[in-house]
Design a protein around this ligand. Structure first.
Ligand SMILES: Nc1ncnc2c1ncn2[C@@H]1O[C@H](COP(=O)(O)OP(=O)(O)OP(=O)(O)O)[C@@H](O)[C@H]1O
Length: 302
C-alpha cells in the first residue's frame, strides 16, 4: 500500500520536560480520509504541528508524499494544504481578496481563486467581506485557502470545532466530495467519534500521547462484533446471583438485569442448566456486543 504520510517513533516534549508524544506511529494511506481521534489534550495538535513543520521535531521520522520531511520540507509544503489553529483570515477583505493575498504568495494561477470558491460553495459571496461570514462560511473559506495551490494532501485540525450541527454536516459532505472528486488525501483530527465514524475510511486513535489503535473503519467495527458479556433474564434474580457468587463469577447489575462476562459458550450453557436445576427459570440469554463508543472509551482508558 502507498502511504502519503508515514510517521515513526515520533516523540516530543515541551520545555517543562513532560513527554507529550511517545513513540507515535501513524500511516495515512494514499487517497484515504484518515480520522485522527483522541480526547482533549491527547496530543493531536502537537502531532499535526510537527508533521507540518510548525514545531521542530525532536525525535522520530516523518515521510510525506514519499519524501523525508526533514530533507524536502519546502517541496512537501508546496503539495500540502493545512488548517491548524485559527486560520489567518483578513476580516476587512472579501473572500476573493483573502485568496488573492495567498495566490500572490503561492504564485499559482489566478483562476484557482474562483475554482476553490466554487468547490467550497462560496462563489456567490466571493465579494462579501469575510468579517460578515458565519463561522461555517469562515471555515469553508479557510478550507479554500488551504486548497488554493492544488495540494495532494490536506491536514486539518478539528475543522468542525464550534460549528453547529448543520455546519458540521456541510463540512463533512464537502470533505467527502473533495476526497472523492479530486483524489485529495485528508488527515483530519477530532475528539468526536461519531463525526469521524461518518467521514473517515481509516482511523488512528491517540490517548495520552500514545497511539492505541490504527486501522480501517472495518477493523474497528470488527472489534464491535466481539461479545462483552451475556445478559441473563431469570425468574428469581436473587437466587441466580447467589449461585453466581458461589461460583465466583463476576456480575454487573447496574441495568437491573444480570450481566455475566463473555464466558465460552459451553460455560454459558452449563450455567443455564445449573440455574434450571436449582429451580430458577431462565427466559433470556442475550449476548452484549461492543458499541463504538465503548470500544473508544476502552482504548483511551487502557
Ligand atoms: N506550548 C505548550 N507548552 C506546554 N505544553 C503544551 C503546549 N501545547 C500543548 N501542550 C500540552 O501538550 C499536551 C497535548 O496537547 P495537544 O494540544 O497536542 O492536544 P490535543 O489532542 O490537540 O487536544 P485538544 O483536542 O484539546 O486540542 C497537553 O497536555 C497540553 O497541555
Amino acid at each position: 500500500m502507498n502511504y502519503c504520510i508515514e510517521v515513526a517513533g515520533l516523540a516530543y516534549q515541551f520545555s517543562d520536560n513532560t513527554p507529550v508524544l511517545k513513540d507515535i506511529q501513524l500511516r495515512v494511506p494514499q487517497g484515504a480520509i484518515y480520522g485522527f481521534l483522541g480526547p482533549n489534550g491527547a496530543g493531536k495538535t502537537t502531532t499535526l504541528r510537527l508533521i507540518t513543520g510548525l514545531l521542530r521535531m525532536q525525535k522520530g521520522t516523518v515521510q510525506i508524499l514519499g519524501r523525508s520531511f526533514r530533507e524536502h520540507r519546502l517541496e512537501i509544503l508546496r503539495q500540502t494544504g493545512s488548517l491548524i489553529e485559527s486560520p489567518a483570515i483578513y476580516e476587512h477583505l472579501s473572500a476573493a481578496e483573502n485568496l488573492l493575498v495567498l495566490q500572490r504568495i503561492y504564485q499559482c494561477p489566478k483562476s484557482n481563486i474562483m475554482e476553490v470558491l466554487q468547490t467550497v460553495g462560496l462563489a456567490a459571496v466571493s465579494n462579501k467581506k469575510a468579517g460578515q461570514f458565519s463561522l461555517g462560511m469562515k471555515q469553508r473559506l479557510a478550507l479554500a485557502m488551504a486548497m488554493l495551490h492544488h495540494p495532494k494532501l490536506l491536514i486539518l485540525d478539528e475543522p468542525t470545532n464550534g460549528l453547529d450541527p448543520n455546519g458540521i454536516i456541510e463540512m463533512r459532505d464537502l470533505l467527502k466530495k473533495i476526497n472523492r472528486e479530486q483524489g485529495i488525501s485528508i488527515l483530519i483530527s477530532s475528539h468526536l467519534l461519531p463525526e469521524i465514524e461518518r467521514l473517515a475510511t481509516h482511523l488512528g486513535i491517540i490517548s495520552k500521547g500514545r497511539m492505541v489503535f490504527e486501522g480501517s473503519l472495518e477493523q474497528l467495527s470488527g472489534l464491535r462484533q466481539q461479545v462483552r458479556g451475556y445478559l441473563l433474564d431469570t425468574t428469581d434474580n436473587a437466587a441466580a446471583l447467589e449461585l453466581l457468587a458461589a461460583q465466583e463469577i463476576p456480575v454487573v447489575t447496574d441495568t437491573g438485569r444480570i450481566q455475566v462476562p463473555a464466558l465460552p459458550v459451553a460455560a454459558i450453557a452449563e450455567l443455564n442448566s445449573q440455574l434450571v436445576q436449582q429451580g430458577i427459570g431462565v427466559y433470556g440469554i442475550q449476548p452484549v456486543k461492543n458499541d463504538l463508543e465503548t470500544i473508544f472509551m476502552d482504548l483511551i482508558q487502557a
